[in-house]
Design a binder for this molecule. Structure first.
Ligand code: AGP
Length: 610
């Protein structure tokens, strides 16, 4: 999704802005630009369609220089990804603005502004905002008030950075629904969509809240709320350092992140399990009392995080014996559902900024749930700030758009949650100890699975010329098949669908022929024999099978059946373990196809618009 960087400093801010944009690339974008007020108090701007490297080249050819500037990576929503739609947008050579979010009433504002003589140079929803600021400046030349008045006209989500060549040492930032953080330097201030963008220049951050407007000069920061009252927002010191975002010798962030899973899981377990027991307080101080009242669980999330929720439902009902219902957040937020006051609402999100998940949480908070719990990888995110209970996965920053370590650590967090709730529903200490041991065995077992890398790389060659693939699983391995299909489609652009293996004969079997690879997850559990029968149905139709089987599943490669026997012994951790080969399969198929693995086309890391 769009990324914002801005700065007010004594030094030339262009290098800070360009570096910030580079560090926001992982969010996904298709054009980029920056604007700086130069030493003659004139706005200068460069914009490109494509990557930040292109912007660097343009900047090298005709450098901008000045102490106040804003920059942006745009993920197209309204209007094509081209130069005229790229931000910053400028009105009458005086006001420049960058925006993340969607202005829902842009058409109405566009009509009004056209009638008052504004000419539009882009197809974006953003241009009405810069025009509105300019218009407001005509009656009151104070930029803070102009931005404040403008925000009162806007419906929708926004994070804004605004500069004015007539007031050249000032930057106004505003937030409502889209993330925005202020970085505090020595005699300089910065704004950005996330802290990574600013780590080379500061470790100190203030997270703006919805409705906030910040008035920023080189030596002063004042934050106002939506009533234009001065407010204090807490200072956060980040423990991340600037090189968290390097590839550590791996070809892609995604591969680095796949291989860092043993460590990410170990970090996510540290201090959360002690002496065979789950430390419930890690979910929040009131967790014990809340968990003791839980009679059912509702989970809402998107994409990969939704798949994690689906697996948790199997665990919740089998281990804690508590009903658990999982919904896609974008559906849940618009559905009229029945809520009981003994139901815990759980949201899951890597970024904690996903607009649909946040909206689902906001709806849940008004709907009479017992309490809300967020499982998230980003501490100071909107989701964690708005939830009663929080469990942070300690996966470390995930840069690749395709979620890998965030998913497996979410599963760890969800398993801990299931045990913590089950303890109040007759889970014996002995069983708790067994489950904790299984969790503690995960880093080592994931590590062993990574050794299948070469075999999977060889298997991947069979997929490179395919246009479609089916993924099959049963029980808690169906969401794993769904996740495998999602990984393959998002980074290799091969159309992939997942089905419960038993559903095959109810429709999808019609698709099977010798050009349709069928990937199946075959754990050694009570459904193995049923799965084998389903696979026979594929084989009989000439379909080529690719099986990831447990050591003891007793399936061998034969004509048309390609088996990788994994070093997995079946237990509750098996869904987590079976995820790893599917991640590697998607990765190697995408490598062979030469795809842009870390930034797949059309996708964004943090989906902050609806
Ligand atoms: C996963 O590979 C995806 N890129 C995507 O489905 C992602 O999981 C989804 O957008 C939700 O993001 P979140 O976990 O940050 O809320």
């Amino acid at each position: 999704m769009c990324g914002i960087v801005g700065a007010v400093a004594q030094r030339d801010v262009s290098p800070v802005l360009l570096e910030g944009l580079k560090r926001l690339e992982y969010r996904g974008y298709d054009s980029a630009g920056l604007a700086v007020t130069n030493h003659d108090n004139q706005l200068q701007r460069i914009r490109v369609q494509g990557k930040v490297n292109e912007l660097h080249k343009e900047h090298e050819a005709s450098p901008l220089s000045g102490g106040t500037g804003i920059a942006h990576t745009r993920w197209a929503t309204h209007g094509k990804p081209n130069v005229s739609n790229a931000h910053p947008h400028i009105c009458r050579d005086q006001v420049a603005l960058v925006h993340n979010g969607i202005i829902e009433n842009h058409e109405q504002l566009r009509e009004q502004q056209s009638a008052s003589g504004f000419e539009f140079k882009s197809e974006t929803d953003t241009e009405v905002v810069v025009n509105a600021v300019y218009e407001a400046l005509q009656s009151n030349p104070d930029l803070l008030h102009a931005v404040f008045d403008t925000t009162k006209q806007l419906h929708g989500a926004y994070a804004l950075g605004v500069i004015n060549s007539a007031d050249p040492e000032r930057l106004i930032a505003a937030k409502n629904g889209s993330p925005l953080v202020i970085g505090i330097g020595i005699g300089e201030y910065f704004i950005a969509s996330d802290v990574f963008a600013l780590l080379p220049v500061t470790q100190q951050f203030i997270f703006l809240e919805d409705g906030d407007i910040a008035d920023i000069t080189r030596d002063k920061l004042t934050i106002y709320n939506s009533e234009l009252e001065i407010v204090d927002r807490p200072l956060n010191v980040s423990e991340l350092n600037a090189d968290v975002a390097d590839k550590a010798g791996y070809r892609h962030y995604m591969l680095k992140e796949i291989f860092s899973q043993p460590n990410a899981i170990a970090e996510s377990l540290e201090n959360r399990v002690i002496d065979g027991q789950v430390i419930t307080n890690e979910f929040g101080q009131d967790a014990d009392s809340i968990f003791s009242q839980v009679k059912s669980v509702k989970i809402a999330a998107c994409g990969t995080s939704y798949h994690a929720g689906l697996i948790a439902a199997y665990w919740m009902e089998e281990i804690a014996k508590i009903p658990c219902h999982v919904e896609i957040a974008s559906e849940y937020r618009y559905r009229k559902s029945v809520v009981t006051d003994d139901t815990l609402f759980v949201s899951i999100s890597q970024s904690g900024e996903t607009a649909d998940t946040l909206a689902a949480l906001q709806l849940a908070k008004q709907s009479g749930f017992l309490s809300t719990l967020a499982i998230c990888n980003v501490g100071e995110s909107s989701l964690t700030r708005e939830s009663d209970l929080v469990f942070l996965t300690h996966a470390g920053p995930e840069i690749g758009v395709a979620s890998t370590k965030a998913f497996t650590t979410q599963l760890v967090a969800l398993f801990l949650m299931v045990i913590a709730i089950a303890k109040h529903n007759n889970l014996s200490t002995e069983d708790e100890n067994t489950f904790v041991k299984q969790l503690e065995s995960l880093p080592g077992r994931v590590n062993q699975l990574l050794h299948h890398k070469e075999e999977i790389e060889t298997m991947a060659k069979d997929f490179a010329d395919k246009h479609h693939a089916l993924f099959l699983g049963r029980g808690s391995f169906l969401p794993i098949a769904m996740e495998g299909a999602l990984k393959l489609k998002e980074i290799s652009y091969i159309h992939a669908e997942a089905y419960a293996a038993g559903e095959l004969k109810h429709g999808p079997l019609a698709l099977v022929d010798d050009d349709m690879p069928v990937v199946a997850v075959a754990p050694n559990n009570n459904l193995l024999e049923k799965l084998k029968s389903n696979l026979q149905e594929v084989k009989a139709r000439g379909g080529k099978l690719y099986l990831f089987a447990d050591k003891e599943s007793d399936v061998e490669s034969t004509e048309g059946v390609y088996v990788i026997n994994l070093n997995v012994v079946y237990d509750f951790m098996a869904p987590i373990l079976h995820t790893i080969p599917l991640q590697l399969l998607a990765y190697y198929v995408a490598v062979i196809k030469g795809a842009d693995i870390d930034q797949p086309r059309n996708l964004a890391k943090s989906v902050t618009v609806e």
